[in-house]
Design a protein around this ligand. Sequence first.
Ligand SMILES: [Zn+2]
Length: 279
Amino acid sequence: MLDGKIDIKKMIANQRQSMPFNDGDYEQDGVYYCGVCKTPKETMHETLGAIRQLCDCKKKREDERELTQKHTKFENRLAHFMEGLDHDPVSKEWNFTNDDSPQSIPSLRLKKYVDNWDKVVNNNIGLILEGDVGTGKTFYGHCVVNALLHKFIFAYVLNLPNFIIKLQGSGFEADKLIKKVQAFDLLVLDDFGATRTTDYAIECIYNIVDGRYRKRKPTIITTNLSLGDFMKKDVDITTRRIHDRIMEICVASIHVDASPRRVKKALEKKKMTNEILGI
Ligand SMILES: [Zn+2]
């Protein structure tokens, strides 16, 4: 009869036969180590013998491979989400790391919005980004979307005036396009209020906003309108209906001011243009 010690030794020898050992791997105190990262490739158990484990460098490679696979899967699904919708490749560069005012209130609050995404989505928290033309509302909308895409969350900035034009030319595809934008986890409705208010445009905007409200999916609105404009009573009934819905889902508003650097840049550009044109 064999004693327990011999059994364990045999068991370990058998287990090691199927282990992926490489040149440079070495044994120390009865445990095999990776020759590259010098971390163990197995742990010893009193009765179970040598239990295989990933050394640090193998684990890192596996994690990277998994991340690449997850990324590819996400990109494929995103491409499906985006089918038929416009996408400006330049906007990929618009993210918080390129923000020239990273300590500004809009920047800090929107970063918190992204960081607390689980709470945002559970409570269906929408926002209004309001401010004058050229203050960076669209930029911040893209910052939020790009940060969420980085977290594998389906988000999209929809330029509302362009989308309305697209819908008008898309005939029976219009409903399909509206359903598409309703499906994103986060939708930024960019330039709300700049659209010429035809009955058709109002109906489309209402369908988008209301559909997302019903699906409990957060929406961010960027607009040149003030909060006072949203509260106005002396507007037509359909506009009133959209404004009421927006105020219901966008529970907070963030005022976006032109940053000093952005103003300086704009002035420099204006000066340069004047020089070129001899003004
Ligand atoms: Zn290793």
